[in-house]
Design a protein around this ligand. Structure first.
Ligand code: PLP
Length: 476
């Protein structure tokens, strides 16, 4: 494909872009339980206008666009206050949870380089439920991830298990409030004590929970302390673009003090070009996401968020109770907010997800581990809260359909995989297997049960290799 010789009209362009969406999941119908967080029409409209009003302004340089400095400091102050930080707590807006997490890990690494120079191979301790963004940060920043198993009954990490993993090279402890996979909150206060006892930094991943859990607490729900009120917590990430309901491209990373945050900032005056000073990863960046976040916080206010969160929690309770009452399904752990997962000892939940997919619902498959079963994830938000009854009724019907279907032959899949593992060129053998399962070329598979089943049965390293190859082929 080449750039068109003559430009298209506005109409043609917008029509084409709209047409590209035909195979997308229809999030507006409230059937996608993940990916999209919809605050409702009026707030979304205000946010969109605010975003567009700052689309062109560049967050690169606060001396050129002081408006964006004001917008950013307002958002950070509002969220830091919500998370019970004192006046010493500082932070920045980033492009998302991943960037916030990467920066918290970089900050820990660079502080250790100065304050603990004897550490040559820094390690961070991650519960098995920590988000993959920490593994990505570890990979990018050369910090070793030390993974600690969780209690398979509660899906929470135990502080004593984390303590056992501490070595002379440990620089950072990580816990989630809550974790994405099962929506449970790790014992933050216990881990905070551990951090203080061992003089370690402690990051709380509040990417999904930071805002939602804080409003739940204000509404009187029983929420364990997870924020800056907990001694030992040194940094927190909270995504505006998840349960802050802001447009995508906005998260907040916060630190206990400026002394710590300074390790996040990068400055470079070593070139012929402009002096570069970046508090975060991005350099040139649209002011849109920050302005959108500012707008949604000010438009909804505490009242608006409280209303949304009450609605979402009522729907979540209905869904959790409803799913637990369907014979053969059970919700895992004790989810605190509006994200949870469920498993089955009777049917293959990946087949259930496909069956629900045929009816337009998106439920996310999650893999098993030696300690935990394969399961499906649901993130409830304001945009799908009113679909709880419809979801439950389709779920009941689909469970029956799957029960009547021939099960996926897991043993056969395992045998195929075993064979490929023995082959002289396992990578080629697996790519061939992936191709026969439809996981190849530039089109996306529509039935995922077989693929999920096969990937779940693979060792993680091979699974990662296959997925890398798949995406390497999917994109040009
Ligand atoms: C989504 C998520 C992240 C990563 O955030 P992105 O905005 O997708 O980069 C990190 N932690 C948790 C718990 C999450 O749910």
């Amino acid at each position: 494909m080449r750039i068109p010789q003559t430009g298209l009209s506005k109409q043609e362009i917008l029509a084409a872009l709209q047409a590209f969406k035909t195979r997308d999941m229809d999030w507006k119908a409230g059937k996608v339980f993940g990916y999209v967080y919809n605050p409702g029409e009026d707030p979304a409209e205000v946010m969109k206008e605010a975003y567009l009003a700052y689309l062109t302004e560049n967050g690169l340089d606060p001396t050129v666009f002081p408006s964006l400095l004001k917008v950013e400091t307002d958002v950070v102050r509002m969220i830091a206050t919500l998370l019970r930080g004192d006046a010493n707590v500082v932070g920045n807006l980033t492009s998302g949870g991943t960037e916030s997490i990467m920066l918290a890990v970089k900050t820990a690494r660079d502080q250790a380089r100065v304050e603990k120079p004897q550490i040559r191979e820094p390690e961070m301790i991650l519960p098995r439920t920590a988000h993959a963004a920490f593994h990505k940060a570890a990979h990018y920043l050369s910090v070793k991830p030390v993974v600690v198993e969780i209690d398979p009954a509660t899906f929470k990490v135990r502080a004593e298990d984390m303590e056992k993993a501490i070595t002379a090279n440990t620089i950072l402890l990580v816990a989630s409030a809550p974790n994405y996979s099962q929506g449970v909150v790790d014992p933050i206060a216990d881990i905070g004590r551990l951090a203080q006892k061992h003089n370690l930094l402690f990051h709380v991943d509040g990417c999904v929970g930071g805002i939602h859990l804080s409003f739940m607490r204000k509404l009187g729900y029983d929420i364990p302390d997870f924020d800056f009120s907990v001694p030992g917590v040194t940094s927190i990430s909270a995504d505006m673009h998840k349960y802050g309901y802001a447009a995508k491209g906005c998260s907040v990373v916060m630190y206990r003090s400026k002394e710590l945050r300074k390790y996040q900032i990068f400055a470079c005056s070593d070139t012929l070009g402009y002096t570069l000073i970046n508090p975060t990863v991005l350099s040139s960046k649209s002011g849109g996401p920050s302005a959108g976040a500012w707008a949604i916080l000010n438009f909804l206010g505490e009242e608006g968020y409280s209303r949304i969160i009450k609605t979402v929690q009522d729907a979540t309770k209905k869904l959790i109770d409803g799913i637990n009452s369907i014979p053969g399904l059970r919700v895992l752990g004790q989810p605190v907010m509006c994200m949870f997962s469920f498993a089955s000892d009777e049917i293959n939940v990946y087949q259930l997800a496909d069956e629900m997919g045929r009816r337009g619902w998106y439920l996310q498959g999650q893999f098993s581990t030696p300690l935990t079963p394969r399961n499906l994830h649901i993130s409830v938000n304001f945009g799908n809260a009113d679909r709880a009854d419809a979801l439950l009724s389709d779920l009941r019907a689909c469970v029956e359909i799957v029960k009547a279907k021939p099960p996926i032959d897991t043993d056969a899949i395992k045998a195929l995989i075993g064979g490929a593992l023995q082959s002289p060129d396992p990578e080629a053998a697996f790519n061939q297997l992936a191709a026969s399962a439809g996981l190849t070329g530039t089109s996306l598979p529509s039935e995922l049960a077989f693929i999920n089943e096969a990937l779940d049965a693979l060792p993680d390293s091979i699974c990662n290799l296959i997925l890398t190859n798949f995406f390497n082929d999917l994109y040009v």
